[in-house]
Design a protein around this ligand. Structure first.
Ligand code: NI
Ligand code: MN
Length: 226
């Protein structure tokens, strides 16, 4: 079974299985660097790590148009429902089952509010198990010791890690995160979208390879087969 992971830009990804499609943190229309056509994609599920606009993005609009649910932490899911989108409210720790596999919301150390400034519940990272491949989307977070627990229990195949600093971890912390997560491969995210989070991404690749960890830098619009 072929599964394809596409980088849309910022922290947004689309994972396509044979007959389903998982959209994560779909910040698309508000991001000039984003590359993704929502039309003609078989999107079946949307996941949002926290309420900030650069993650919630177009989730509500797409959920309404495609009539598919947004899975998010309870308070954020309620906000989506209030705005007319189908949503599934969850919280950290649950083992959520889908046609393509499983998802589990895990901790992220950050803040989370809705676009109107309300409390949006805990920010999250999300561990996906898609047809047996474990993909960890860290959300927005600083380096935190929960990652060591996640590594010990789950050892994700691929870790999607923020590296832009200021709002999240920087490159050096991401290298430690990758080690703690016991990740085989890292795909960086949350950098170069705007000036405050500009980095030299090659530095990540050099530092990860010194640790024997593969780094795959994806340009917006680029995909890899899993
Ligand atoms: Ni954020
Ligand atoms: Mn963010």
């Amino acid at each position: 079974m072929t599964t394809e992971l596409s980088y849309i830009g910022h922290s947004a990804f689309f994972i396509k299985t044979e007959n389903q499609g998982i959209l994560i943190d779909p910040f698309i229309s508000g991001n000039p660097c984003a590359k993704f056509e929502t039309n003609n994609q078989n999107i079946t599920d949307i996941f949002v790590t926290h309420g900030h606009a650069d993650h919630l993005g177009d989730a509500i609009t797409i959920a309404k148009t495609e009539r598919i649910p947004v899975t998010a932490v309870f308070e954020l899911a309620n906000y989506c429902m209030e705005h007319g989108a189908p949503a599934k409210g969850v919280n950290l720790g649950g083992n959520l089952k889908y046609g393509w596999g499983k998802a589990r919301f895990l901790p992220a150390f950050h803040s989370s509010s809705t676009p109107d400034g309300r409390y949006a519940g805990m920010p999250a990272s999300i561990l996906f198990d898609i047809n047996g491949t474990k993909i960890y989307h860290a959300g927005d977070t600083c380096l935190n010791f929960e990652m060591k627990t996640t590594g010990e229990i789950y050892s994700p195949d691929i870790a999607l890690l923020p590296v832009g600093s200021v709002y999240t971890m920087d490159i050096d912390e991401a290298v430690t995160a990758a080690k703690w997560l016991n990740a085989k491969k890292v795909i960086p995210m949350h950098y170069n979208t705007f000036d405050a989070i500009k980095v030299n991404i090659e530095e990540l690749k050099t530092k990860l390879s010194a640790q024997g960890i593969e780094c795959k830098i994806l340009e917006p619009g680029e995909s890899i087969k899993l």
